[in-house]
Design a binder for this molecule. Structure first.
Ligand code: B16
Ligand code: MG
Length: 211
């Protein structure tokens, strides 16, 4: 194996709580019921797909494309405001030191995230430099569980997908990694997903994958 490709939200940083707050505010303003359980279904999937799930509880006139775009922009505005408060301390010491050790061991490191805010988040937490490649919501047409984001990450790293581990917290992300031909490692929510090739309980367990 030659590289590790990391999902961002739920693996490197915990921006899931900001997604929840931003969608909650947007849904409340629209009078749409939204709770943590529904939020759970948004893990790893795109902004567009997230809105469609939220709108399952909307029982008035169907919204136009423009109205949907306005809601996504509004949510992203709230989300970016919350991201603006992030600092390097939002990345745990365990994550930072494990990434450093994987680099020292000669592995290439990349990001495979559905988020269009990936580079902004990596800048805020000062992690942009440690990754040799970033594949995110800005360079894909289909989001997880489609393999595109991880195929692109492997391509940007100049590696075969089969030589890359993918570390993911979302079931959709594990399915995407497997469809790409990568070796999948589930953590967090996906740490109990039987579909993952491997499951870990904490980030530093990745060091056990070193030869
Ligand atoms: P944005 P990941 C995903 O990030 C989030 O888990 C998901 O909840 C979100 O809808 C998606 O990014 C798109 O994010 O609105 O910032 O483009 O887990 O793939 O790193
Ligand atoms: Mg994730």
């Amino acid at each position: 194996m030659r590289a590790f490709i990391f999902d961002l939200d739920g693996v490197i940083v915990h921006t899931d709580r900001f997604h929840y707050r931003a969608w909650k505010q947007t849904a409340d303003e629209m009078g749409i019921y939204f709770d943590e359980q529904i939020n759970h279904r948004l893990r790893g999937i795109s902004r567009e797909q997230s809105l469609e799930i939220i709108l399952e509880k909307y029982d008035r006139e169907p919204l136009s494309r423009e109205q949907k775009q306005e809601l996504m922009d509004r949510k992203n505005g709230y989300y970016r405001k919350l991201l603006g408060e992030m600092t390097p301390d939002d990345v745990g010491a365990e994550v930072r030191s494990t990434l450093g050790k994987l680099r020292e061991a000669g592995y290439k490191l990349g990001i495979g995230s559905s988020s269009k805010n990936t580079k902004y988040i990596l800048e805020k937490v000062e992690l942009l430099k440690i990754f040799q490649a970033v594949s995110d919501g800005t360079n894909i047409r289909k989001s997880k569980p489609d393999p595109e984001v991880f195929l692109k990450a492997a391509e940007f790293l100049h590696e075969n997908p089969g030589d890359c581990y993918v570390v993911e917290d979302a079931y959709a992300g594990i399915d995407a990694a497997k469809a790409a031909g990568c070796i999948s490692i589930g953590i967090g929510e996906a740490g109990k997903y039987v579909g993952a090739d491997y499951r870990i309980g904490s980030f530093s367990e990745l060091l056990e994958f070193l030869p």
